[in-house]
Design a binder for this molecule. Sequence first.
Ligand SMILES: Cc1cc2nc3c(=O)[nH]c(=O)nc-3n(C[C@H](O)[C@H](O)[C@H](O)COP(=O)(O)OP(=O)(O)OC[C@H]3O[C@@H](n4cnc5c(N)ncnc54)[C@H](O)[C@@H]3O)c2cc1C
Length: 410
Amino acid sequence: MNEPIEPLHIIIAGGGIGGLAAAWVLGQQGHRITVLEQASKFGEIGAGIQLGPNIFRMFERLGLTHAVNAVAHFPPGMQMNDVRTGERVVRVALADAARAAYGFAYGVIYRADLHEVLLQAVRTLPQVALRTQVSVEGFETLPNASGVKVSLADGHNLQADALIGADGLWSRVRETIVGDGKPRVSGHIAYRAVLPRAEVPAHLWSDDVVLWGGEKTHLVHYPLRRGELFNLVAVFHSSKYDEGWNSFGDPAELTERFAQAAPQVRELLGKINTWKMWVLCDREPVANWSQGPVTLLGDAAHPMLQYLAQGAGQAIEDAVVLGAAIARWPRDLAQAFVQYQKARYLRTGRVQLTARLYGDIYHASGVQRELRNHLFQSGQESPGFAGLQWMYKGIDPDNLFAPTEDASPS
Ligand SMILES: Cc1cc2nc3c(=O)[nH]c(=O)nc-3n(C[C@H](O)[C@H](O)[C@H](O)COP(=O)(O)OP(=O)(O)OC[C@H]3O[C@@H](n4cnc5c(N)ncnc54)[C@H](O)[C@@H]3O)c2cc1C
């Protein structure tokens, strides 16, 4: 029989989707968790995200399927149309087809709703402390990897058994472990907006995830929150590179980039007064994002472009695998973190690199565009759904670690 394990004290830097998912997994294991969030309150900006069947597999494991389903939308299909001609390139069925192929749904959700599901879950655990307006500056590992001293921006320090850097694209924790400087600016910009259903004319509404692809531009839209809202994301190549998230977009630039688009696309874009703008960045994949009792998770570990709609999903997979690793090596966190990253880095690296490729496919022009349309229309290639089985089929967190001598008996 396993000896009972003393609860660990684990600090999580960052209370985004990844940090809260980790707090939920590790708090349920009985560990004492302190989540440090730099913002003045826990929350997420309003925009939609897509969640593949691999993520619904994780929700099942996390016991959150019911809560997620209550606020998600389940699109019946995914379409790709040509942004200039309006021509349908391809449509793949999602709802029953996703369940039949992978056992789990393909859904879309308001980011704030997903964050709220995680926050409500975590708040039921008394052993999880949630602190806002606390910014992590750096850390020092204690001798023999026996713990970690976390330094805060207000000059205080905190000590714990372990630190998880879930502090996003600009991670301070990553700076010390990986030290690879600023993220890579892709040259692509996203403008995002959410409309109430009543503001979308019926002839422009679709229950599907719809992507209008064209030269150096694309527009994606889909309903959110059981169909009460409509999410739009317009992406285009731009020389702007203001760093960071959430500044306001310039409607004139958007109008110019979509000037040649089909009338229904221009009509949709014209419905929106205020856009939020993101400069899209990623990083080169790395194989080592742990240092003794400190590791990274989510965008801090493997930031990716959004073209495969997997960043938040991969952060949730990380949290589940990290939980499985700590459960297996609770007395040797350095080992747990090495095993966790070993189980994750090839998969997340593949998503990072494939996402760049999908950006090129969506934004193709000339012969590339013709070839894309021909291959998709003739069924010789399949976009997203069937072509990404390796990604959507997901992971089995109980089956990721090769047996080692120091593994606890099960
Ligand atoms: C345009 C766009 C579309 C996207 N679409 C999708 C999609 O369809 N599907 C999908 O799965 N993903 C999508 N993503 C990606 C997804 O948003 C991210 O991968 C996800 O939010 C990463 O979560 P995270 O918790 O790792 O990081 P973040 O969400 O960045 O959270 C990090 C948290 O840490 C806090 N923090 C930062 N620094 C510190 C510090 N020093 N101390 C304390 N706290 C700190 C931040 O305030 C924040 O709350 C999209 C991204 C973009 C930009």
